[in-house]
Design a protein around this ligand. Structure first.
Ligand SMILES: [Zn+2]
Length: 344
């Protein structure tokens, strides 16, 4: 089969189209023919060597939708011919967190496409049958792949971690990103008022179309001051963070009393200061979040099936053009999810 792999850590040019064996599914695994594969910031971190334990050559890719073409002897929950999205967390099933249904906290878990397994930048992938989730008939493979990791990450952050309440203010940083486009929609669905930030007015207009009540152009305005203006000096109840060092200080300054900041990433750097005095006197919370669970994926697909959550697609590239997709992501040119089509 064809697969895109990086052969050393470095720039987009390290991604090469290779011919590799089709993986053989184990007794509790399924072989999935991939029709749509999401491109994620995680893929870029792996490619640039942020996780040096990964052995090269390696095919990244954590957001997979496709058809089951082979099932191991012990597989009971899904069958050959079924359309499935792959929940991005492979988990052990027996640790204390798995027993609670918190698979993304598994002590022996990993995200699909990170070591040790090869990911979704390929024509086929073998995965545990337990993480294959049925795709509703109303959704395409592109829809499902566009939701798989990005939407469950946003859902997990806003619905489970911060428990956004009706009437609250939510600030979504970098609302045009893969996770941002879902954060705007989910916060609205939960009844919040949404302030979206982006680096261009075109992206801000699209964020308004997705449901943002107010927008801030972070390349022209001081975000925390603009938030204070919009909220009559109060600040927001929840900040949706994933940008990291570049926005951290503005995000903290935007928080209202009793506000909570939730983050799922540090794209621009891991450093970030916290004024402990302000943190406790204002009784604020800092929360981490990473990916989501199978239940999150089922709920997100159900919301999309009912038209509540709209998959937001940016560009679809043939598998062989993965380098272009990575360049587009690095340039922050996209609005929503970029996909690869391994069948093209
Ligand atoms: Zn576990």
């Amino acid at each position: 089969m064809r697969a895109i792999r990086f052969h050393s850590f470095g720039g987009p040019e390290t991604l090469q189209l290779d011919t590799v064996p089709v993986p053989e599914p184990g007794a509790d695994e399924v072989l999935v023919k991939i029709y749509a594969s999401g491109v994620n910031h995680l893929d870029i971190w792996l490619r640039t060597g942020a996780r040096p334990s990964i052995e090269t050559p390696h095919a990244p890719g954590s957001e997979v939708a496709g058809e089951i073409v082979q099932a191991g002897a012990a597989v009971r929950n899904v069958a050959v011919g079924q359309r499935v999205a792959i929940s991005p967390w492979a988990f052990c099933g027996v640790c204390e967190f798995c027993l609670r249904g918190e698979e993304s906290l598994c002590v022996d878990g990993h995200i699909i496409g990170t070591a040790p397994n090869q990911g979704g930048y390929a024509e086929y992938i073998a995965v545990p049958a337990s993480i294959a989730v049925s795709i509703p008939d109303s959704l395409t493979y592109d829809d499902a792949a566009a939701l798989t990791l990005a939407a469950i990450t946003s859902w997990h952050m806003l619905y489970r971690r911060t428990r956004v309440q009706p009437g609250e203010w939510v600030l979504v940083q970098a609302a045009g990103s893969g996770v941002g486009v879902y954060a705007v929609q989910i916060a609205r669905f939960l009844g919040a008022r949404v302030i979206a930030t982006a680096g261009s007015n075109e992206k801000l207009n699209r964020a308004r179309e997705l449901g943002a009540d107010a927008t801030i152009n972070y390349s022209e305005q001081d975000v925390a001051s603009a938030v204070k203006d919009i909220t009559n000096g109060r600040g927001v109840d929840v900040v949706f963070e994933h940008v990291g060092e570049a926005t951290w200080e503005q995000s903290i300054r935007s928080l209202a009393r009793n506000g909570r900041l939730v983050t799922c990433g540090a794209t621009t750097g891991r450093g970030g200061k916290v004024d402990i005095g302000l943190l406790y006197t204002r009784q604020q919370s800092l929360l981490g979040s990473m990916g989501g669970n199978r239940l999150d994926l089922q709920q997100v697909l159900s919301l999309a099936d009912r038209g509540i959550l709209n998959p937001v697609l940016d560009t679809v590239f043939p598998l062989a053009e993965a380098q272009e997709a990575h360049r587009r992501m690095a340039a922050r040119a996209q609005f929503g999810k970029m996909l690869l089509h391994p069948t093209e």
